[in-house]
Design a binder for this molecule. Structure first.
Ligand SMILES: Cc1cc2nc3c(=O)[nH]c(=O)nc-3n(C[C@H](O)[C@H](O)[C@H](O)COP(=O)(O)O)c2cc1C
Length: 218
C-alpha cells in the first residue's frame, strides 16, 4: 500500500511539510512526499483533451503527478492558505487530477485527508476562516471524486509580516490586523507545528485513519 502526500507550501521545511510528513509516517505504509514548488504544474485548461485517454495533453509535470496519484492507494493533500483559501499550486495540482475522472473514476474509493496551515485563527470574529475554507476545498475535491475523506489537520501558521522585518511599522501589517492594536511581532511570536498538541495529535490520527481505511478496503 502506498500513500502519496503532496504539499503546496513553498516555504522550505514548512509547518505544512512537517505536519504532512508526520501524518505520512503514522500510516506505517510506503509513502512518497511531493513538494509542489519543485514541479511545474499549470492549471487545467478545460480543453477536455483528457476524456478518452485519462491523460492530460498539457505536457508539464502535472502529467507525472496525476500518474503518481493514480498509482497511490491513498492521498493526503497539504496546503497553506492565501487570501482565505488553498494556495494556487495546490489548486492547480487538484485541477490536474481531473483526467483521472472520466469513465473510470481512478480516485474513487481511495482514502484521503487534508492538512491546512493558516495564519488567521478560525475563531477570529472579523476575518475569514481560511483554515476551514482550505479544508473544505480539499474535502470537496475528494467528495466530488468519490474518495473516502477520512480527516483533516489544521495547523496555525505564521503571517508573513512576522518575518518580513517591517511587521511593527508597516501600515498594512497583518500583525495588528489579526491580533489587535497592541500586538507586536515579539508578542505574537513564531508558531511551530511541533508546539501545537491538537495539530500533532490530529496528524498522527490522520495517518492512522488512512491506514485503517486501507485495511478495511483490502
Ligand atoms: C500571499 C499570502 C497571502 C496570505 N493570506 C492569508 C489569509 O488570507 N489567511 C490566512 O490565514 N493566512 C494567510 N497567509 C499566511 C499563510 O497562510 C502563512 O504564511 C502560512 O501559515 C505559512 O505556512 P507554512 O509555514 O506551512 O508555509 C498568506 C500568506 C501569503 C504569502
Amino acid at each position: 500500500m502506498k500513500v502519496l502526500g503532496v504539499s503546496g507550501s513553498p516555504i522550505p521545511n514548512s509547518n505544512t511539510d512537517r505536519a504532512l510528513k508526520m501524518a505520512l509516517e503514522a500510516t506505517g505504509c510506503e509513502t512518497e512526499f511531493i513538494k509542489l514548488i519543485d514541479y511545474n504544474v499549470a492549471p487545467c485548461r478545460a480543453c477536455l483533451g483528457c476524456v478518452d485517454t485519462n491523460r492530460c495533453v498539457n505536457k508539464d509535470d502535472g502529467v507525472i503527478l496525476a500518474e503518481k496519484a493514480k498509482e497511490a492507494d491513498a492521498l493526503i493533500i497539504a496546503c497553506y492558505t492565501t487570501y482565505s483559501t488553498i494556495d494556487s499550486r495546490t489548486k492547480a495540482f487538484i485541477e490536474r487530477l481531473y483526467p483521472l475522472r472520466h469513465l473510470h473514476g481512478f480516485m474513487a474509493g481511495k482514502p484521503g485527508g487534508a492538512i491546512v496551515t493558516s495564519a488567521i485563527p478560525d475563531k477570529h470574529e472579523m476575518l475569514p476562516p481560511a483554515g476551514n475554507m482550505g479544508v473544505d476545498a480539499i474535502r470537496f475535491y475528494m467528495m466530488e471524486e468519490g474518495m473516502n475523506f477520512v480527516g483533516y489537520v489544521k495547523v496555525s501558521g505564521n503571517v508573513p509580516c512576522i518575518k518580513c522585518g517591517y511587521g511593527d511599522e508597516c501600515k498594512m501589517s497583518a500583525v495588528k490586523m489579526i491580533f489587535g492594536p497592541n500586538a507586536t511581532v515579539d508578542s505574537v511570536g513564531i508558531n511551530r507545528f511541533e508546539g501545537q498538541p491538537v495539530a500533532t495529535n490530529a496528524a498522527m490520527e490522520l495517518g492512522k485513519e488512512i491506514a485503517q481505511a486501507l485495511r478495511i478496503k483490502g
